[in-house]
Ligand binder design. Structure first.
Ligand SMILES: NC(=O)c1ccc[n+]([C@@H]2O[C@H](COP(=O)([O-])OP(=O)(O)OC[C@H]3O[C@@H](n4cnc5c(N)ncnc54)[C@H](O)[C@@H]3O)[C@@H](O)[C@H]2O)c1
Length: 438
């Protein structure tokens, strides 16, 4: 099968590489010419564990190419996948400019009869609108649109592509369904569950899925704050809750709030879609404001520990929105750092992968350090903001030597409180201020 991918970001690139590994011939395109040039030279512009081996293999075997000129590749292919970004606009609506630009490219260049797969996360009604545009404006009456929302997680994207929990396919066309079964044949032949449904259901599955996970994180964050107030241990609570088969232990890890390129924007878009249908998605709205409050609360915790933030120096470990990615979009780490800067803190930042992406947001308002112990030099406090493994194995004596002060705020609960306290440092996590022997 010949596949053309429009939009070679986290989703487009991982999907392109994965589909090439399934044996298809894939061309990934992007409007960002620099990105395509870099990919043509064999340089992957994102950090995603495990991706480079599959990338190299499929390029070498001739199944994966990159082009900044989609029209040529569109003519020859059977399937066109749209994986462009759909970020939030200021009003919370989803910005569909890139998506409609891609649709225009397909419409104006297309021979008819292709299957257009929309992988980008789009509000309910978008797939039907795209189908109507292609049919009515461009007269592509045989072209079929399929909603195929993506559920991969950054940092585990390669694993998730090859082992998805589910593949959701929104279409009412038997031919489109067959093409999707063929495209995902290696998954279809094993026991990956496929959910075939309408456009609208597929679109809403994606938003409901992400909003539910964001709610779960927010719920445990609030329980963690309460656990701190009453002297309980949130990890024991989460573990016991997770033993209930109706709940599951996943996404019950407290922290500085959720972030990334999906959860915040998708919850906002769900609220907005509700509004358009005169429905108040009040729970989702509350999740958004509680999440903002959580990152602000981390700065307040640090203020309480230090007495006063103005003029203090703080080593911030972690910039990425989660471990194993260089993505800092809506990162709670950046949100906490912004609060600290606002309150007059000098921030010395470290991240194993995300310094360059963070620099685009924070500029020179913080100092960046490749060496994590160097980041701590002379700091009054240390705040851990991303759950990188390298922070789990901090050498406490080296931390003590490097810091000027003695405070550690571990917003990801990656350190062993007893070991930190035994070294004479003040430790605070999230929901771990229990005094018992749990
Ligand atoms: N990142 C994730 O973890 C994830 C997971 C599931 C779903 N999604 C969804 O997938 C979509 C893509 O997300 P992403 O994180 O890969 O985005 P991204 O920003 O990493 O990549 C999008 C790419 O599209 C390109 N692009 C924009 N307009 C274009 C056009 N007209 N023609 C060709 N290329 C164009 C951009 O240059 C960019 O390289 C979004 O809708 C997102 O919500 C993302």
């Amino acid at each position: 099968m010949l596949i053309s991918v429009i939009g070679t970001g986290y989703v487009g690139l991982v999907s392109g590489v994965g589909l090439a590994d399934f044996g298809h011939t894939v061309t990934c395109t992007d409007i960002d010419g620099e990105k395509i040039k870099s990919l043509q030279r064999g340089i992957i512009p994102i950090y995603e564990p495990g991706l480079s081996a599959y990338f190299d293999k499929n390029v070498r075997e001739g199944r994966l190419t990159f082009s900044s000129s989609p029209p040529e590749t569109l003519e020859k292919c059977d399937v066109i996948i749209i994986a462009v970004g759909t970020p939030s606009r200021d009003d919370g609506c989803c910005d569909l400019q890139a998506l409609f630009a891609a649709v225009e490219t397909i419409g104006s260049k297309g021979p008819d009869g292709k299957v257009v797969v929309i992988k980008s996360t789009v509000p309910v009604g978008t797939n039907r609108k795209v189908q109507n545009i292609l049919r009515e404006r461009y007269n592509l009456t045989e072209t079929l649109v399929v909603s195929n929302p993506e559920f991969l997680r950054e940092g585990k994207a390669v694993h998730d592509f090859f082992h998805p929990d589910k593949v959701v396919v929104g279409t009412d066309s038997p031919r489109a369904r067959e093409v999707m079964e063929e495209m995902y044949r290696p998954l279809y032949l094993i026991d990956t569950p496929f959910v075939f449904c309408s456009f609208e259901t597929a679109e809403l599955v994606k938003y409901a899925n992400n909003a539910f996970l964001a709610t779960k994180i927010t719920f445990i964050n609030q329980v963690a704050n309460l656990a701190d107030a009453v002297g309980a241990d949130v990890h024991t609570i989460a573990k016991a809750m997770g033993m209930d088969g109706r709940i599951s232990p996943k996404f019950l890890h407290p922290g500085p709030g959720f972030g990334g390129s999906c959860f915040p924007k998708d919850v906002r878009a769900l609220v907005q879609t509700g509004r358009e249908h005169n429905l108040d998605m009040s729970l989702a709205r509350e999740v958004l404001s509680a999440n903002l409050a959580q990152s602000a609360f981390m700065a307040t915790k640090l203020e309480r520990l230090l007495g006063n933030l103005t003029g203090k120096t703080v080593a911030a470990l972690g910039l990425a929105f989660k471990a194993e990615t260089d993505d800092v979009r809506e990162s709670p780490a950046i949100a906490v750092i912004e609060y600290l800067i606002e309150r007059g803190v000098n921030v010395r930042a470290h991240d194993p992968q995300a310094i360059e992406t963070a620099r685009k947001i924070l500029g020179e308002r913080v100092t960046y350090h490749e060496d994590l112990y160097q980041a701590m030099e002379g700091a009054d406090a240390l705040i851990i903001l991303t759950e990188w493994n390298t922070y789990r194995v901090l050498h406490v004596e080296r931390v003590k030597d490097a810091l000027r002060g003695n405070v550690i705020l571990d917003t990801r609960n990656v350190l062993d409180p007893a070991a930190v306290q035994a070294a004479g440092l003040v430790y605070e996590g999230v929901g771990r201020s229990f005094k018992g022997s749990e």
